[in-house]
Write a protein that binds this ligand. Structure first.
Ligand code: SF4
Length: 693
């Protein structure tokens, strides 16, 4: 069968934003129908992706041609939550008319803020992800505070560095020591491992992993430190204590590039390895060994993950880690420094896509991580505003991914709540909707992608015809805007026109002038990438003294200097275990948790429990264990795993709710408490009890 290979970009919620080479299979002449999808490979020509993608995306045909993909608009005629059987097909015109009518009716009763367009990063493309904001602002609907993934980590990184950028990920290959801190790239960002492998092969570089459990990445490390969850700030402080005490601190660098090295040194005097050992549970000598290795390596590169920021003190933890290369001056060296994300590298003018010229900052903002409390009428969230009585959802699945699932489920079950979900599959959120609209995949629409892990801006063009009656997010937003009487130039443009105009407004080449293959490398010069011409702070210095007050309203509990902030859910005799709801290798949030190969690889919801703890519970591998706290409890199967401290329990996911015996998943146990200082979901900051089920 004839086959061609076309460029594309992975749109999933992953920093790698891989450049793809997509096999397109043309139908045989005698057969009707459009192209179908063959293999998906990493593009060799893009030198961050370097031909490598994760297994789940390489098998994208499973998802693209999945028999359960939604194919037509649906109206619910049966019970909420039952699934496809509870819906009947309707036409697009009828579906959009009904949605527009429902939003209008809700607005007439309660005011525009009663409508909450709710979205996240099911696609990372700027047009198809963020266009919902154009409708929101044009209609004066409630705003959404995008806290669920990076509010804590952004706050922590920007406290010191000042902007969301760091040293080019390709420089990992030129490092002599790579520290992967709070991430598991073997499972979640495979390209990082490509560059680490090059550094090990060509330079004999060492790999250190800091993670509360022995992940697949940690298993490949020369040194794995496994602190208790929520204690990485203490570890970072003790490492810096050793750096100062043993002469590894680069005082000339600090004098030139940082704000208060003397203040930091004095602050760290009492934060020694013994102090950190008591907090982190790590052996004192291990902390010292790590500090000496880090301090004695000029080309040391910290790849900061998101994991250790998913904690009430996550900003403070990440800030503390970001201080390390400023103490040793590693930022100044090729292959040295750190990277959290490069999403702030390219300045894109979002006005046209998001309708920012219609944004009224007096309109209330609701925290996406607190959708459970919001939908159940928590006055802390709603303020003096109306209840949310209409939701329009794109690119996310809050019935599974949002914390405090019990509240989320209760909220979606409200009979007075109208819900429209635009989705690729009948997710558990879609099953609660009144109207479900079928959505295109990234292979079927046009978009523009930034990458957190690299420096490329990439165009992804439609390479396959839309499945059945599926429509893109952009088309649906424009269709609703017409019916609702919303006005904005962006509603009259195609996705490509919007991309082209946005690029030009941003001072970048337009679509026709973009490089062949759609990949524009925006890597800054060495001095800028390494902050040798100053950090992006008002005084051009890295800040050891964080100005938390400028970052968020809940700043009072955060100390200026890096520290361990004891704001975590550290348990008590009734809840002695610390649960980390970590990402699995074969799922990405809830994407791919319905593809056969991913399910086969992951098996079933499983708790990794330390073998000694398992024995004390009189349980063996494969036994059912009940995990609980004040929010509820659920049953999973236990597996003995010695690669962590005895108090730690790991449940990887995200599994659908229906994969659990009692129909509710791991976020039953996680809290919707906002992290400090400006919100953020605290998925890895949960104390629990265990008992035999
Ligand atoms: S590693 Fe991330 S960006 Fe790359 S293909 Fe997999 S999910 Fe997509």
């Amino acid at each position: 069968m004839p086959l061609d290979i076309v460029p594309s970009v992975c749109p999933h919620d992953c920093p790698s934003a891989c450049a793809l080479d997509v096999e397109r299979i043309k139908p045989a002449p005698a057969k009707a129908g459009g192209y179908s999808l063959g293999r998906v490979r990493g593009a060799v020509a893009q030198d961050y992706t370097l031909g490598v993608v994760c297994a789940k995306v390489s098998r994208y045909a499973e998802r693209q041609h999945h028999p359960e993909r939604l194919s037509q608009p649906l109206r619910r005629v049966g019970e909420k939550g039952r699934g496809v059987d509870a819906f009947r097909p309707i036409s697009w015109d009828d579906a959009l008319d009904e949605v527009a009518e429902a939003l209008t009716h809700a607005t007439q009763r309660h005011g525009a803020e009663t409508v909450w367009p709710y979205y996240y990063a099911g696609t990372m493309g700027l047009v198809q992800r963020d266009g919902i904001n154009r409708l929101r602002h044009a209609m004066r609907y409630s705003r959404e505070d995008l806290t669920i993934c990076n509010a804590l980590s952004d706050a922590g990184w920007c406290a010191g560095v000042g902007a969301k950028r760091g040293v080019d990920g390709r420089e990992i290959a030129k490092s002599d020591l790579i520290v992967v801190w709070g991430g598991n790239p073997v499972s979640t960002q495979i390209n990082v491992m490509t560059h680490i492998a090059a550094a090990r092969r060509e330079r004999g570089a060492k790999l250190v992993v800091v993670d509360p459990y022995r992940t697949a990445t940690a298993a490949r490390a020369d040194l794995h430190l496994a602190p208790l969850p929520g204690t990485d700030g203490a570890l970072a402080c003790a490492v810096m204590h050793v750096l100062f005490k043993e002469g590894y601190a680069d005082r000339a660098y600090m004098a030139r590039y940082t704000d208060d090295p003397a203040g930091l040194e004095a602050h760290l005097k009492i934060r020694d390895p013994a102090w950190a050992a008591a907090i982190t549970g790590l052996p004192k000598d291990e902390i010292v060994d790590f500090a000496r290795l880090y301090g004695s390596t000029r080309r040391s590169y910290i790849r900061v993950g998101y994991g250790f920021s998913r904690s009430r003190n996550g900003s403070a933890q990440l800030f503390a880690v970001s201080c390390l290369p400023a103490v040793t001056g590693a930022w100044a060296h090729e292959g040295g420094g750190a990277l959290y994300s490069n999403l702030g590298l390219v300045e894109i003018d979002h006005t046209l896509i998001e309708g920012l010229d219609r944004l009224d900052p007096s309109i209330r903002m609701l925290d996406q991580s607190r959708i459970g409390p919001v939908l159940t009428g928590d006055a802390r969230d709603l303020g003096n505003g109306p209840p949310v009585t209409a939701l329009f959802v794109q690119n996310t699945n809050p019935m599974v991914v949002a914390p405090e699932s019990r509240l989320v489920h209760r909220g979606f079950a409200r009979s007075d709540l109208f819900v429209c979900v635009h989705e690729q599959f009948m997710t558990e959120t879609a099953a609660m909707a009144d109207i479900v609209l079928p959505a295109t995949t990234f292979l079927e629409h046009d978009d523009l992608y930034l990458g957190g892990a690299h420096t490329y801006l990439q165009l992804g063009r439609a390479v396959l015809p839309a499945h059945a009656e599926c429509r893109s997010n952009h088309d649906v937003i424009n269709g609703l805007a017409t019916r609702l009487g919303a006005h904005h130039p962006g509603f009259a443009m195609s996705a490509v026109e919007l991309i082209d105009r946005t690029l030009r407004l941003s001072g970048l080449p337009g679509v026709a002038d973009f490089p062949q293959g759609g990949r524009l490398d925006c890597c800054p010069p060495f001095a800028t990438g390494h902050f040798l011409d100053g950090f992006p702070q008002p005084d051009r210095k890295f800040h050891f003294r964080a100005d938390w007050r400028a970052i968020g309203p809940q700043y009072a509990r955060l100390p200026a200097f890096p520290d361990h902030v004891a704001a975590i859910d550290d348990g008590d005799p009734e809840r002695p275990f610390r649960l980390v709801a970590a990402p699995s290798r074969s799922f990405l949030n809830t994407s791919f948790n319905n593809t056969p190969s991913s399910i086969a690889r992951e098996g079933r919801p499983t708790a990794l429990v330390h073998p000694e703890a398992l024995k004390e519970l009189r349980l063996a591998d494969g036994d059912r264990v009940r995990i609980g706290n004040r929010q509820g409890n659920l049953v999973v199967h236990a597996r003995g795993f010695a690669g962590m401290q005895k108090r730690v329990v790991i449940v990887e996911g995200l599994w659908p709710n229906h994969a659990f015996e009692e129909g509710i998943g791991i976020n039953l146990l996680t809290s919707a408490d906002p992290g400090l200082p400006r919100g953020g979901a605290v998925f890895h900051d949960t104390s629990v009890w265990l008992s035999p089920a």
